[in-house]
Design a protein around this ligand. Sequence first.
Ligand code: GMT
Length: 372
Amino acid sequence: MRIGICCYPSHGGSGVVATELGKHLADRGHEVAFISYAAPLRLTELPPRVSFHEVEIEQYPLLKHFPYTLALASKLVEVVEMKDLDLLHAHYAIPFGAAALLAKQITANRDLKVVLTLHGTDITLVGSNASFRPVTKMTIEDADAVTVVSQFLKEETIRQFDVQRELAVIYNFIDPERHELEPSPCIPQCTDSSQKTIMHISNFRPVKRIRDVIEIFARISEAVDSRLILVGDGPDSPVAREMGQELGVLDRMKFVGIVDRVASLLARADLFLLPSSTESFGLVALEAMASGVPVIASDVGGIPEVIEHGRTGYLAPVGDVDAMSTYAIDLLQNEARHRQFGTEAQEQARQRFDYRLIVPQYEQLYENTLQN
Ligand code: GMT
């Protein structure tokens, strides 16, 4: 098949899933064209059968806000025709799903199919915003096939948009071999092996509840000699610093910034924190599990479909930093249980979310869609 993929190129989960999916599809013999305003973070090289097409953004004095969706749709048309694409797979409803449908209309002489994957905030936050709602709903209804990354997101999409159509649940995935790496040498503080390493990876948006991450860490560090490694960057990065200063733990916090390959960092972690206010799946939690790291997370959204409470990590209500820190300390102080959780987490990640199980589900969906 010849497949066009459009996604956010930044370090968000939707871009990671889209990029890894495209690379695996190319490995399996398909032609894959990525279309975005920058090369996706995890597309560090162009493997065979993979191409990248940049949407150029030019500023005109007349246009206060550059109409990116239209520029993207035009680029999609160009790539569809140049590469003779069979389908476009849009990751995130806004603006990719809408732009892909526009490209389909423009190339009506072809039988181009549009597959849309909803990742979470495109439904729970952005898509349900009144300024996008009708477009999001139309995008979900008019795509040739729609996938969602969890059962939770399926129910939430039906609830919020009252859509009648089929939504296929296809989970996020990992490549187990990637998680057998040597620990990264890029965290010098981690060489002190007596200290426990707590890790958080995100885009530091309010939905990640960075304050809770620091609060939980402050409580852990009162009971256990530990450090907090923060990976990623975003609007709430300064909040993390302020809170660390306020709670007197800033000297035990290390900001690593944006990293394209997180597996070698996770290999250094003893515990992963994900206290988000909503999370449709929680790809980073799955990546932590694949590295054998137990996760303490909010009992919200699709997270319980990934983390098994009391076996691969612990879940607590959103904002319950008391419970989350008690669970964290309990695990860190009980070596046998910690080891057992880590082993179970790694096994479950491999048994349920290996890319070899998940990528064929997308392939099958593409084939069914093209046949219809
Ligand atoms: O988590 C983020 O803030 C990034 C966001 C995105 O769209 O890039 O991630 C969403 O998609 C991921 C991949 O499907 C999911 O694993 C994340 O749970 C989801 N984030 C939220 O729902 C907050």
